[in-house]
Design a protein around this ligand. Structure first.
Ligand SMILES: NC(=O)c1ccc[n+]([C@@H]2O[C@H](COP(=O)([O-])OP(=O)(O)OC[C@H]3O[C@@H](n4cnc5c(N)ncnc54)[C@H](OP(=O)(O)O)[C@@H]3O)[C@@H](O)[C@H]2O)c1
Length: 283
């Protein structure tokens, strides 16, 4: 008798990317992907089955990403922050390497690979000069989007020069912006009454460009504004066993009077190495 061949990590990730390309099956139907000599069956909600059952880390991979890969509605907006036990995403001076462990960094790259567009706030560019490309797993680079309402960033940052992916800078509609910042295109959206960029208008602008699956990667101010404006479908918080005690906060929302006014989303949770990922579902 031949030994069973189990689905491995590379095969599972390939299947997840294939599911993202193909999209969700009709309700009540299942997607069938050929994996070696067996079939991976996938439900519209991301439920799956395969024989033989793979080892636990591969099950976690499929459980975590398949429901996200199958989000193919007009728009899907998901944010992520890696934070300490006391809710900080960086030290006061912006040092943030690394709050969470290598498994969460890989997770970030996998989220980038699933996304049509990745979005960050101006301070993340100012402090980290990030590339925002997919490097730790197979996958295409998403379009990169930076929120810079006052156009305070210069054109010297890597993502405005490297041409690794299409890049957009979103500024406030009350300005007459230049058309480009380095290689990046500059576009504008209106502000809300409190002066923030209108996150719903941002999602709509990206959707019209075919960038419906949006990954908001930080920092805390940016993710908090998407959450406060009710624009997030999901929020992932990866909590690291670290107390920073001061520094840049993760989520900050307007004050509430009673805890009943707090948000109590449905949750999924996954162990990522020594960290714990909580995924909040606001849809
Ligand atoms: N641990 C993590 O997961 C993680 C992820 C990303 C970044 N980081 C770290 O977080 C720090 C940066 O985060 P941060 O919270 O300080 O800043 P941020 O969110 O990166 O950027 C904040 C700035 O972006 C602009 N902005 C974002 N959303 C806006 C909106 N809806 N309307 C108007 N303006 C908007 C504003 O620019 P103006 O001030 O010009 O108005 C705002 O001050 C860095 O240290 C970075 O290393 C950590």
């Amino acid at each position: 008798m031949r030994a069973p061949i189990y689905l491995d990590e590379a095969g599972a990730w390939e299947a997840i990317c294939a599911a993202r390309r193909i999209g969700a099956p009709e309700p009540g139907r299942r997607l069938r992907l050929e994996i070696g000599e067996s079939w991976l069956w996938i439900d519209a909600d991301g439920g799956w089955s395969i024989d033989p059952m793979p080892p636990a880390p591969i099950c976690l991979l499929l459980d975590l990403y398949l429901p996200l890969a199958l989000q193919d509605g007009p728009s899907f907006t998901i944010a992520h922050l890696g934070q300490s036990l006391d809710g900080r995403i960086a030290a006061a001076n912006g040092a943030s390497r690394w709050v969470t462990g290598p498994e969460d960094l890989l997770h970030n790259h996998r989220m980038r690979a699933l996304a049509d567009a990745i979005l960050v706030g101006a301070d993340t560019v100012r402090l980290d000069d990030p590339q925002l490309t997919v490097r730790r797993c197979p996958g295409d680079n998403p379009v990169r989007v930076v929120l810079d309402p006052m156009l305070g960033l210069g054109s010297d940052y890597a993502l405005f020069r490297d041409q690794a992916a299409e890049t957009l800078v979103i500024t406030a509609g009350d300005r007459a912006p230049p058309t480009h910042l380095g290689q990046a295109e500059v576009v504008s959206v209106p502000r809300t009454e409190d002066g923030a960029l209108d996150c719903r208008a941002i999602v709509e602008l990206l959707r019209r460009r075919g960038l419906g699956w949006l990954f908001v990667e930080g920092g805390g101010v940016t993710v908090s504004r998407f959450l406060a404006q009710g624009v997030l479908d999901r929020l992932q918080l990866t909590i690291a066993p670290l107390i920073i005690g001061s520094g840049r906060p993760g989520i900050q929302l307007p004050e509430i009077q009673t805890l009943a006014q707090g948000l109590r989303p449905r949750l999924r949770r996954f162990a990522l190495g020594g960290d714990m990922l909580f995924e909040c579902d606001f849809s």
